[in-house]
Design a binder for this molecule. Structure first.
Ligand SMILES: NC(=O)c1ccc[n+]([C@@H]2O[C@H](COP(=O)([O-])OP(=O)(O)OC[C@H]3O[C@@H](n4cnc5c(N)ncnc54)[C@H](OP(=O)(O)O)[C@@H]3O)[C@@H](O)[C@H]2O)c1
Length: 167
């Protein structure tokens, strides 16, 4: 299973001003690219805070929502709430035939996958904002060594960086 972490960041490395900040600050090109990468993988994994902020199921791919709240459930195969640890989520997805999964935030869920060494690739889109304070990509310390694979622009204002994780 190839695990990609995909995040939109400001030029000062923030993913949001606060935990309840709606992600409406990234541009159309970033959103299009997010759809392309997540649909190609077929599955994205997010925390319940991020899911609640988005407020709907994004079509055309499976969404796995990490929550410890047992009251949260879904009738759809495309929306799964789980309290399983990251390794078990990835093993289940692999059993279902997925070969790629995209971790899409927020900071707490990014942290869980990073601290367990489960990320293979990082895709960062840098939007032309600075927040000064706010949530970083990871909610706590991590130790990732990366190699820059590619960089390009998505539009006049948005830079995309693709890194491999050195295991
Ligand atoms: N810029 C970007 O690319 C981007 C992407 C995504 C999100 N965001 C932003 O990030 C912010 C949210 O990030 P966040 O770090 O506060 O929250 P988050 O990572 O989205 O979700 C955290 C929640 O996940 C659940 N959880 C945590 N650890 C778990 C575990 N081990 N097992 C199962 N469930 C677990 C808990 O919720 P329960 O109470 O349900 O258990 C926890 O409160 C928002 O502002 C959002 O807009 C930005």
């Amino acid at each position: 299973m190839h695990v990609i972490l995909m995040v939109a960041i400001t030029v000062d490395g923030k993913i949001a001003r606060s935990a309840d900040h709606y992600p409406d600050w990234t541009g159309k090109a970033d959103k299009r690219f997010y759809v392309e990468v997540t649909k190609k993988a077929g599955v994205m994994i997010m925390g319940s805070t991020t899911f609640d902020i988005i407020g709907r199921v994004l079509p055309g791919r499976k969404t796995v929502v990490m929550t410890r709240n047992p009251a949260r459930c879904s009738d759809s195969a495309d929306l799964v709430f789980t309290a399983d640890p990251p390794e078990a989520i990835l093993a289940d997805l692999s059993d279902q035939g997925y070969t790629q999964a995209v971790v899409v935030g927020g900071a707490k869920i990014n942290q869980l996958f990073a601290q367990k060494g489960l990320l293979d690739e990082l895709i960062l889109t840098v939007s032309p904002y600075a927040f000064g304070s706010g949530l970083s990509i990871f909610s706590d310390s991590v130790d990732l060594k990366l190699t820059l694979k590619r960089f390009w622009t998505l539009d006049d204002n948005t830079l995309c960086l693709r890194y491999g994780v050195v295991h």
